[in-house]
Design a protein around this ligand. Sequence first.
Ligand code: BG6
Length: 300
Amino acid sequence: MKLEALNSRFGSDRVVFSEGNGGLAKCNIKTEKAELEFYLQGSHITHFKPRGADSVLWMSTQSEFRTGVAIRGGIPICWPWFGPHPTDARMPQHGFARIEKWNVIDVDDLPTGEIQVQMSLSNSPRTRELWPFEFDLSYRILIGEQLKLELICSNVGSVVLSDIGCALHTYFQVADIKDVQVHGLDERRYIDKTDGASTKWQSGPLWITEETDRVFLDSAEAIQLVESRRQRSVNVQKTGSQSTVIWNPWIEKANAMVDFPNDGYQRMICIETANAGNDVRKIGLGGEHILTAEIAIQEN
Ligand code: BG6
């Protein structure tokens, strides 16, 4: 749908579709409670700010905005595999949901003052070239003081979907990575991707002091990102996810990425609500899998 059509069907003084960076279509939403921006490519949220609070998400100042290229920062949706494709290195990292253009299905002004957007992505000749299955993905974004995300994957084909990997790969903006503690992972086993995918155990809160790329297993509980000096914490509550990925590229990896500023690692941390590692899912005929994440900010 063209921008004009999107605005006449779903637009209002609070919901505006326009041409964003790189000429890609985006939507800006502003209510009494919060503001949010997302791109139709990838249904990619690039900004969320509850009223009176700082921006919640980190965006790379060097991100590309180009058709078919992943945006760096915000909330990419990794699907239907997480990380590299399990058998074919030519396939896009983290699947194709983050680089496909999604459709806007509905924008609802709720009586609570919140706005709910519903996006969808279905199989197309292009997705079938990468992954020969039929699916419907539905993404609901509920914009209030909290941000509620719901990703529903439906199997609309005639074969079982196996080993579905997924992540709401959320880049949180932090004031200083040295002040960050991640709670909710104590006594959890994790795969350390920086150390030959060896399995280790987390003890106590996680501090980021080096390159960190960990898939935490048996991690279904809420995660808290605490910044003590900044007197702020973020709570990520989730369902349908028993794994959490924590990523910070640190110095060398940040330098090596063209779309990532060299000092960007000091101001971000990814806390990813995931189906990764042994938490990949099987979806039977006519079945669905629902992943949700609820992001709430507390400033003291
Ligand atoms: C994380 C992975 O989820 O995403 C890392 O665990 C990866 O291994 C990172 O480097 C960024 O991935 P990409 O494809 O967006 O550069």
